[in-house]
Design a binder for this molecule. Structure first.
Ligand code: CU
Length: 116
């Protein structure tokens, strides 16, 4: 009698374990799986100093601080500005806050204003 109960308990433990393993391996729609995907931010905020403005090309050269949201170190680089009219709002030598649409070296400044 006692042996029968033990065997039964063992069998259900095995059944439970294999069901759990199956669910983990086979269900890609589990909430846990979706949460593991990292989403890239579509915009990031930066702070920097205007080094140069080119209204003909519609570009701005910024010596920007690190932008941790997208893993960028501090550096000086030239950005396309969209819309180009944003270039009227700032001057070379000025400290600015800006919004970036991150796309590596093709990143675009989509908003900019004097940091004051
Ligand atoms: Cu940069």
């Amino acid at each position: 009698m006692k042996k029968y109960v033990l065997t039964l308990a063992c069998a259900s433990a095995l059944a439970l374990a294999s069901t759990a393993a199956f669910a983990q391996q086979m269900d890609p729609n589990m909430p846990g799986m979706a949460g593991m995907q990292t989403t890239k931010p579509t915009q990031a905020q930066g702070i920097g100093i205007v080094k140069a403005i080119d209204t003909t090309k519609g570009t701005i050269t910024l010596q920007h601080q690190a932008i941790t949201a997208i893993g960028w170190p501090a550096m000086t680089m030239t950005f396309k500005v969209d819309p180009p009219a944003l270039l009227q709002k700032v001057k070379a030598g000025e400290s600015v806050r800006f919004t970036l649409h991150p796309a590596g070296m093709a990143s675009t400044v989509t908003a900019i204003s004097p940091a004051g």
